[in-house]
Design a binder for this molecule. Sequence first.
Ligand code: IMP
Ligand code: MG
Length: 182
Amino acid sequence: MTPCRVGEILFSEEQIRNRVAELIDEIEQTCDPDNLLFVGILRGSFIFLADLVRELGRRGLHPAIDFITLASYGDRTESSGVIEIRSNPVEPLEGKDLLLVDDILDSGRTLAFAREWFLEQGARSVKTCVLLDKTGRRAIDFTPDYSGFEIDDLFVIGYGLDCAGHFRELPYIACAEFTPRP
Ligand code: IMP
Ligand code: MG
């Protein structure tokens, strides 16, 4: 049994598709996507990253793609504050220009940790792109280079975002409604 249900839809498939295209406009204007290594932070980023790179592909641009698996949450909805690497990227990182892609920016700890870690591995530059930004929840100072939508302090699911491992497959982003314990 999942601990939550699908609540109000915040961003429809069409709104997300349009915003992804706008983000790609911004990325194209400020970077050279053919020479960027896109790094998806698993698992939450897999759908967003897929849509970003397919939009680039439609424009004739072909970035390299890799992943890192980071964890801080477990099955709770509050960050533990400690970030763990569960799986490493495969591509060589030395001298590369990276774009880290995540589903949502909350406390900021995950992306701050990831940016430092990739710089320590020898990346030449590290930019960050998130679909959602809970600007009011920051525990540390962190501003993403590209951001899709700002949202209030709500727990959201869909389009890669999960509640205890479920609902990542939803094509839209919705609020999670928590069912009270009996
Ligand atoms: P941060 O390290 O606190 O910024 O947390 C970022 C990570 O927390 C994201 O990659 C998500 O996995 C998770 N997260 C934060 N808010 C939500 C949410 O509303 N729904 C689902 N996952 C979330
Ligand atoms: Mg995540």
